[in-house]
Design a protein around this ligand. Structure first.
Ligand code: SAM
Length: 538
């Protein structure tokens, strides 16, 4: 009897362990999908975690009453446990495919986000349900006080699942492969669970089926990839955001003291740099983006001699600045690790500029650096920072920051900053425009259409002259040239109107409203309604 008990306990251990592992694995995969497809913000992470815990709570409640009802039956509890394993496995095998199907029907990212949140309930409710049922099953077999053991097994599986999801499974097998791995594990424990009801005949054929599955999976990194390609091909048009996300392979990631740095490889963009989940630059997009960041400012100043770059740790802006005969080029970037990672992985972006001896690099906070800089030190200040989706970045977008920029610029000097295009973040864009304009009356936004990405947004300002006037000729590259300088400033009329009339506030150190705008606009509430309303009327 003791042996049978120990045996049943071991089976329950594996059941709980595998469900815990698979559920947390799915959670990590879905968080990755959410953060890559929808964006990583405090809001998305809070909601995903809340959905997860909510599923567990309701599952436990529901599982308690199921356990009570099945307590009197012969094998009811064991069948319930097997059903749960089957449910978790089914979820793992099918959910991403379902999501792909759903996304291909043209749903917006918010809807995808809600679907993922709702879907998280499935494995977590099952995981929550399993706990009281497993406790009931063990108690029924005479094993009292088993709650601690059941929680332990479940949580241990969860710990392992979260650990290996991000470190091994997703990098090696990709999103789909990782989910299939979790599902297969549940099928295996489902087979094991047949022993709880002493169905020996079922056991060995099931073991053989699972072993075959494992052999397929073991040979399947390439096969899965191929299936994935065929599968995705049937749903996505080339170039859609989802298509490119699914084809992306993580190359490297590291948590620096300031941010989470990720390098991805994508067939569309080449290598991509992400900081805290936000796209920064890519090998294929960099020339275009950085030409438009650097060249208009160079063209707007006559004989620039001293240039300061704030941020730009990937080296793409430096590569452009170095094309010109500028005697002093300084860069200040907060994070040495971004520079190191870019040197190692993003040679297609920096093209050697990060090792160029003409650049004097300071590692430190851009705002602090400006505070210590002398009045009238630079002809041009180029700002290549991440968008202020993180509160820590708001002080580099504030009115006080631009007052320092103004002080540090020479007469006739120009400052330019990148700012995510106004189409999705119009309140944030308008707030930054007004903020810079409150310090520099000659402030002008420009938005250029991108070839791979939809568009790039920038704001340029002159300390004492109009930066729309070309003062240095012969500035040009593959994308920008002096001839296109003036037309760059033509914005769609609805944006002009929005920038002129919308009741958007200036961002200051005391009221870093830009961060709130960016958070709100994340759900695309920032898109001006006007052009869409007209489209509906016609
Ligand atoms: N092109 C980008 C975009 O569209 O978001 C910006 C890219 S660039 C890699 C951003 C750089 O800003 C990073 O190297 C990061 O380390 C740097 N950075 C972040 N906070 C900073 C701060 N307070 N002072 C200076 N540099 C900072």
């Amino acid at each position: 009897m003791g042996k049978i008990l120990a045996h049943d306990k071991l089976i329950i251990f594996f059941l709980m362990f595998s469900t815990g592992l698979a559920s947390l694995l799915y959670e990590v995969v879905l968080i990755s999908v959410v953060t890559t497809v929808v964006g990583a913000t405090e809001i998305s992470l809070s909601l995903v975690l809340a959905a997860f815990l909510c599923g567990l709570a309701f599952g436990a409640l529901f599982g308690g009453s199921v356990a009570k009802r099945l307590m009197g039956t012969k094998n009811g509890l064991a069948y319930a446990l097997m059903g749960i394993e089957a449910g978790v496995a089914l979820f793992g095998f099918s959910f991403l495919s379902f999501l792909s199907l759903f996304v291909s029907s043209g749903m917006g990212t918010q809807v995808v986000f809600l679907v993922i949140l709702a879907a998280l309930f499935i494995p977590t409710v099952l995981m929550g349900m399993e706990i009281p049922i497993a406790i009931g099953a063990l108690e029924k077999k005479g094993n009292a006080q088993s709650a601690g053991f059941v929680y332990f097994s479940d949580t241990l599986g969860g710990v392992l699942g979260s650990l290996i999801a991000g470190t091994v499974l997703i990098p090696v097998l990709g999103f789909h492969g990782a989910m299939y791995f979790g599902a297969l594990l549940n099928v295996m424990t489902l087979v094991l669970a047949t022993r709880l009801i002493r169905r020996w005949k079922l056991f060995w054929p099931a073991v053989a089926a699972v072993a075959a599955g494992i052999v397929v999976l073991a040979h399947s990194t390439a096969t899965l990839q191929e299936w994935k390609l065929h599968f995705m091909d049937s749903f996505y048009g080339v170039g859609s955001a989802y298509y490119s996300v699914y084809y992306t392979t993580p190359l490297f990631s590291v948590q620096s003291p300031y941010q989470y740095i990720v390098v991805l490889e994508s067939p569309f963009y080449g290598r991509q740099l992400l900081l805290d989940g936000y796209f920064q630059t890519s090998e294929r997009g960099s020339l275009e983006y950085h030409e438009y960041l650097v060249m208009p400012a160079i063209a707007a100043v006559s004989h620039p001699e001293r240039v300061l770059l704030i941020g730009g740790g990937d080296g793409g802006a430096l590569y452009q600045i170095l094309k010109f005969n500028i005697s002093t080029i300084e860069q200040v970037d907060l994070d040495e690790e971004v520079v190191r990672v870019s040197k190692e992985y993003l040679s297609g972006v920096h093209r050697g500029s990060l090792d160029d001896p003409r650049v004097k690099r300071h590692i430190g906070d851009g705002r602090q650096f400006l505070r210590n800089a002398k009045d009238g030190s630079y002809d041009i200040i180029i700002i290549d920072l991440p968008d202020p989706t993180k509160l820590a970045l708001a002080p580099l977008y504030s009115q006080e920051f631009y007052r320092e920029v103004r002080r540090v610029l020479k007469e006739g000097g120009v400052v330019v900053t990148q700012f995510t295009p106004p189409y999705h973040y119009i309140e944030g864009f308008a707030s930054e425009y007004k903020t810079i304009k409150s310090v520099f009356p000659q402030t002008y936004p420009y938005v250029v259409s991108g070839s791979l990405q939809s568009s790039f947004g920038y704001i340029i300002a002159g300390k004492s002259g109009d930066p729309r006037v070309v003062r240095t000729g012969d500035v040009g590259g593959k994308w920008y040239d002096n001839e296109s300088h003036v037309s760059m400033f033509d914005l769609p009329p609805f944006i002009d109107r929005y920038l002129a009339d919308a009741p958007v506030q200036v961002t200051t150190d005391e009221n870093p409203i830009i961060h709130t705008y960016m958070q709100n606009n994340y759900f695309y509430r920032g898109v001006a309604d006007e052009p869409y309303q007209e489209a509906e009327e016609t």
